[in-house]
Each structure stands twice: as C-alpha cells, then as structure tokens.
Design a protein around this ligand. Sequence first.
Ligand code: BGC
Length: 383
Amino acid sequence: MNKVPVFVLIFTFSAIFLVTYEGCNKYVKKTTIEKESFGTLPNGKKIDIYTLQNKNGIELKIMNYGGAIVSARVPDKNGNFADVVLGYDSLQGYLKDNPYFGPIVGRYANRIAKGKFALKGKVYTLALNDGPNHLHGGMKGFDKRVWDAVPEKVKNGVALKLHYFSKDGEEGYPGDLNVTVTYTLTNNNELRIDYSATTDKPTIVNLTNHTYWNLAGKGDILNQEMMINADKFTPVDSTLIPTGELKSVRGTPFDFRKSRPIGDQINEDDPQLVYTHGGYDHNWVLNKNVPGSLTLAARVTEPISGRVLEIWTTEPGLQFYSGNFLDGSITGKNGQVYRKHDAFVLEAQHFPDSPNHPNFPSVVLKPGEKYTQTTIYKFKTVQ
Ligand code: BGC
C-alpha cells in the first residue's frame, strides 16, 4: 500500500476545514446596528438612517425623520429575502407625497371628529386635515418630526431608542409631552415597539406605527390571508368617524376570526366598504380578557412565499387599512408603482375619536401617569 506523506494529509484536512468554515460563515450573520446619512431636510437638518440586523439576517432600516420604518427584509419559506414594506428610496420621496409610509403617528393616531375634544370642560380645537376631521396628529404630526435617536445593543438583539419632545399647544394639543419609542429587533425574528409618554397637563395620547406591509414584496395583497382576533368592530359614518356602536363581525365582511383572503369580500356592496373608498379602513375591537395585556391581534399569511406576519399588542384596537387611497400615482422603491390594495396597514391603537365617545377606552393622560403601549411584529414562515 502506498503511504501518503503526513504533510499532504495535514494540508488536505486543513483545506477542507477552511472551505467548510467559510461556507458556513456566509450564513451566520451578526447582530448589528449601523448609522448612515439619509439626506437633509429643507431647513438644513441632517437625517440618519439606521440599519438593524439580527443573526438570522433579517434587516430593518429606520430613519429618525418620523421614526419611520423604511424597509424590512425578511425571508420566505425557502430563505429568500424580500423587502415587505412600502416606501421611498430617498428622503426626498418621504417629504413630497407621503401617505404615512412607515412612521410613528401621534399625538393622536386616527381621526377626531371635527377636530374637537374637551378635557375638564375646556374645548380644544385641532387642524382639520382630513375633510371635516382631524387625522394622525394634524398638519405636522409626529410622523413629520425629527426624533433624537440612540442605537443600543440589547440582550437578544439591537434597538433604536427614539425621543421627541412635543411642546404644549403643538398642533393644538395641551401639555408638554415627552415621548419615547424604542424599536427592538430580536434574534427571535421579532420587531418590538415600546412606546411611552408623560405630560405636565392633562392631554390625550394615541400612538401607533403606520407601516404599509406587503408580504409578497410586490403586487396586491388581496390573496394574502388575514386573521383578526376580534368579535367586534367599530362601524363608521361617511366621514370615517365611529358611530359609537361596537358591532358583531358575525355575518359581515368584517369577520376575520378565521383566516381568509383579504380580497374575499372586499368589493361587497356594503356601505361600510363604500365610505372607505372601496376596502377596509376600520377599527376592530380586539378580544382581550385583561385590558392592557399583550395578546395576538392579527396574523397575515402570504400563501406563495409562506411569509407570515403576526401582530401582538397591549392596545384595545386594531385599525386595518387596505391601502384604498393608493391610486397608482406614487412610484416608490425600485420604481414600483403603488396601486389600490397593494399593501395593508395594521395600526395597533385606541379606537378612533375616543375623546368623543365615553363608552370607548380612555385616551386621557394626566400628569404623574405614564402612557405605555407595546406592539410586537413577529416574522415567521409556513411551508
Ligand atoms: C387611515 C386612512 C388614511 C391613511 C392615510 C390610515 O390610517 O385609516 O383613512 O387614508 O391612514 O394614509
């Protein structure tokens, strides 16, 4: 038998080891957070964008203008990554024509009828920026503010801590409000958003995130399957203000208790779907045994890619908006034209127009109290 010299054996094994190690290493991602410039506002203020990556390669981009989620690259059932969030390639797009792509919305997310509410007998008047109503915090809500940002490495991931000081009287709201929103990307493939706020005068607070999702990364969302954990929803009038009724979803197009395609009944001749410009733009009353507990609100499944998005929240309501006002006039990332029903927005929040409906959970925040809300987006796959 021929003898193989020892040095040849050592060389061969070392080479095999190195090739295998390098091969594996390609797939082992590090948990990182990095900052880059994302452009300049007309007033000269510099905007940064942060890239958060977890060890499974999920990558989120968040900018400090509006605290907006600019992209989210998540894997499908075969490990192929796609960006599942609508938006623009550059800051300029966000400043020009922006139906709330990805930002933090406040001081009061959603609508307030006729822009009026009362606290301790005093009536406050807010801007009417949605027909006869106030929407998403007014002309210059939290989505159009520059937030202070601090990146952090945390136990099981990376986080971006954002802070904004909203002064007394801003957009007509009373009280100095200190707001902190922390985005955490965990190695369990979760995006966790923790919100908190304190005030020095009684005020109203309702914060949410307004990301437009499309789990296929393109096309419409009508075949994506939605489950909403709610037995009731809040029907609206023709200006999208709740009537005050908590109506059972049973036998209506609003019944998503069992997962089914979003498009199933979206074109039904129901006045509720007509007021909204053809589709869903309503608040569901989430099933919750204990108010404020973190529970599953919704699950969306994209049948071809197998991507799944779950939303868990401490909030009592979930606004599901099916992108009805997208009309093909916006060209977003990578030249994609955004058409009606090309995305869904799931806004965990208190009910719309709560200050004018004593039967809805309260949105009043008083000095000495702390507003908190937590919403978790879980990225999963099914075969
Ligand atoms: C509202 C829609 C509105 C959209 C603005 C949603 O939260 O419910 O009615 O058109 O935001 O982009």
